[in-house]
Design a protein around this ligand. Structure first.
Ligand code: PHE
Length: 339
């Protein structure tokens, strides 16, 4: 009897059924009223009393094993025979909802690409800065109004720590860490203490460039900026430089481009002048070179800086600066095609 049950246990493990008919045959053979298991239970009566316990335990094990195996086979068949006839594997899937890059990121990348093609490399620096890198090393006088709380966000408990107001701080960090030739482009976020309106925000984005080598002249600056303007706004774009003032450049200029909205004819955007201002620039003041460890008797350089929001407004005519930071998906999705 023990041998018979042991064999049955082994059989249970290896039972197979590839369709419902085979499964039913198994059920009849093992689990039905006239099946092997019932027969076993019937024969159990003849087992001598002293063996009943041992044989009984084994017989129950066999019963459990057979039932379990039957259920497993049944479940497997149910999965295999599921009706897939309605499934069309050639159908296009539901479109995945793709996000878009932020318009400022798109334009920033475009600006960076243009300068990288001209040989500039990318530089980066912290947004939380110290007075030296933002103002001191950039030749700002101690009483310059930019150092005032009204214009700059200072960290209250640390009067020397502030949110950078321009990316010129990155220029300073690059100069203190390296010697010419230096050709860098520094994109980043800057902060100014302004009331938020359609035309001003307390943070915005800049891209600044710095070029230092022997014999760098204003002509080099002008040519690089002309190339940039034409790459960015089209081959017909004209530029004009107006004298200006920055503490860190001498001489300094502001650059206008022929209005790319009316083509220079005069429109509301350019206030009928045909020109729009896009950046500040100039020859790096020798004081700045010296303050940052560069010998101004050997080297000269130029720098320029522009607002990414301004360039984006010109390219896409975004009328309200606040749109850039409100994360309205309807606005952001308009730039899907530019991605
Ligand atoms: N840092 C200036 C600004 O924030 C821009 C600038 C950079 C001007 C480099 C000249 C040279 O307005």
């Amino acid at each position: 009897m023990i041998e018979r049950i042991t064999r049955l246990l082994e059989e249970a493990e290896h039972l197979q059924a590839t369709n419902t008919e085979e499964l039913e045959a198994l059920r009849l053979k093992y689990l039905s009223k006239k099946g092997i298991l019932s027969q076993l239970m019937a024969d159990f009566r003849q087992v001598p009393a002293e063996q009943k316990r041992e044989v009984g335990l084994l017989a129950n094990k066999a019963k459990d094993a057979l039932t379990e195996r039957f259920n497993v086979l049944k479940a497997q068949l149910a999965v295999a025979e599921e009706d897939h006839s309605g499934l069309d594997l050639t159908r296009t899937p539901y479109p995945i909802h793709l996000g878009t890059r932020h318009p400022l990121s798109i334009v920033k990348q475009e600006i960076v690409n243009i300068f990288q093609h001209m040989g500039f490399s990318l530089a980066d620096g912290p947004e939380v800065e110290d007075d030296w890198h933002v103002f001191g090393s950039m030749n700002f006088a101690d009483d310059h109004p930019a150092r005032d709380m009204q214009d700059t966000f200072f960290i209250e408990s640390h009067p020397d720590v502030l949110l950078r107001t321009h990316t010129s701080s990155v220029q300073s960090r690059v100069m203190e860490q390296s010697q010419p030739p230096i050709r860098v482009i520094c994109p980043g976020r800057v902060y100014r203490n302004e009331a938020i309106s359609a035309r001003a925000h307390c943070f915005f984005h800049q891209v600044e460039g710095l070029y230092i080598d022997r014999n760098v002249s204003f002509t080099d600056l002008k040519q690089v900026l002309l190339t940039f303007a034409r790459e960015m706004f089209g081959a017909d774009t004209r530029i004009r430089l107006r004298p200006s003032y920055f503490p860190f450049t001498e001489p300094s200029a502001e650059m206008d481009i022929s209005c790319n909205i009316c083509g220079g004819e005069g429109c509301a955007f350019c206030k009928q002048t045909g020109w729009v201002e896009i950046l500040g620039c100039g020859m790096v003041d020798p004081n700045v070179l010296e303050a940052n460890g560069i010998d101004s008797s050997i080297y000269s350089g130029y720098a320029f800086g522009m607002g990414i929001e301004r360039i984006t407004n010109l390219k896409y005519q975004v009328k309200d600066l606040r749109m850039f930071s409100e994360n309205d998906v309807r606005f952001l999705e308009e730039f899907m095609a530019a991605n």
